[in-house]
Design a protein around this ligand. Sequence first.
Ligand code: GDP
Ligand code: MG
Length: 553
Amino acid sequence: VPISNIRNFSIIAHIDHGKSTLADKLLELTGTVQKREMKEQFLDNMDLERERGITIKLQAARMRYIMNNEPYCLNLIDTPGHVDFSYEVSRSLAACEGALLVVDASQGVEAQTLANVYLALENDLEIIPVLNKIDLPGAEPDRVAQEIEEIIGMDCSNAIRCSAKDTAKSPLRALIFDSYYDPYRGVIVYFRVVDGTIKKGEKICFMASGKEYVADEIGVLSPTQMQVSELYAGEVGYLSASIRSVADARVGDTITHASKKAECALPGYSEATPMVFCGLFPIDADQFEELREALEKLQLNDAALKFEPESSSAMGFGFRCGFLGLLHMEIVQERLEREYNLNLIITAPSVVYHVNLADGETIEMLTPKEYIGPIMELGQERRGEFKEMNFITENRASVVYELPLAEMVGDFFDQLKSRSKGYASMEYSLIGYRESNLVKLDIQINGDPVEALSTIVHRDKAYSVGRALTQKLKELIPRQMFRVPIQACIGAKVIASEALSAIRKDVLSKCYGGDISRKKKLLKKQAEGKKRMKAIGRVDVPQEAFMAVLKLE
Ligand code: GDP
Ligand code: MG
């Protein structure tokens, strides 16, 4: 919490006007003390201790509160209940910057109200008047506000009117921050209660999906799941409700009660739209069904992951998958390989194109001023349109470009870092589709078109990309027993061509005599090298070749 967001305050009041009740309420609402641990008048124990001269364990209660996405630290510093201890009161108040002046709206200003106000004024405190007990039939908040203005001379037009007892509860709102699929219990949802309470057996509603369920089980994470009967504002917990589809209870959605729905959902929900796409193909065609099952299981935990079957004559059967970004893509691939033991070839990531329209975005880069030049060159090279530049401080500039997302999915970030010696950072947002002059560049290996290697490029770059790509593929694809032509084409027209010359490869001929262990090592090494090869026609193409388009100079 930044120092500017720390508030040290106390509550001052005439006896019985509701100081302790309000303190309890604040502790409860901020989740500092959970309701089930909450004895009434939590802070009063301290009063007693102090009055008896016993050591005081807790002098201040620290509360955390989030407002407009900013964390605040609220330190409630207790003052003794009786002004007899005015020296003590004064000392506590000296530690504060502000005080809540609680006045019972059915009683009005009383002696201790005044005495406390004087002490607060002596300590230069910001005083916020609070008119309490407005729920009482005899409450006259307007009259009491006027009284405070007249007697104390304090502006009460913005006085807070409340009932510290606050009998009317706000409707439930709980934010889902994680979920996973349990084969026995269905989807397990992790959430934080922001408003209200949730009880076991209640009928709940997920606000974005509109789906309703009965919360069969709720509990806390401590850190293993432990059932409880009720969770309160500020608490983090889990629930299960025989939910079969993760899509019904997505991360970011708000849980409310089916019978008493909250008016609006908590911020945090936005539909996950995949932005980056790639093909995933099992190296061994027999693993296709396993791959499908693995993707389905992963999707249960990860609603942002999209996939649909794809087949091509060159690659066989696989899936076209959509991800939120490159990191998401890498994580999914890792999990498929590690957790599901699949051997995969992934094709270079690409973005969505709408017929003749290319995806556009605005990118903002922050850089120390000495790297502005190299960064603007990068923006220009990547078909970027310069938008604006501002100096944020004397030495740091913000540079804004609009550029095609397609130019970003590759090594843009790496380039930004290397051209600024690591000092520049970036942020981007999608701004929609833009028209662009694009062509589809196809690759043929040994006469077979390999769709997985096709890419969409700007017409001006087609020839240079075609040349660079065929050269790179020639480097990456091992030579075969026969000559292998590698061609780049636009439609039927070949625009670049390379060829791998034939070899007769006998790895073992390099071993003289009968050194068995060395032979084994060599064979093993060769087998490992083969693991990540995909047979395209008669040609074995390694994983790296499918990423070649990202690594062109
Ligand atoms: P303190 O002496 O200032 O700490 O006052 P307490 O918090 O102990 O409250 C005194 C009495 O007023 C208790 O019986 C509370 O339950 C009651 N009380 C406090 N706030 C409210 C309120 O907003 N409405 C009603 N109706 N009673 C309240
Ligand atoms: Mg009290």
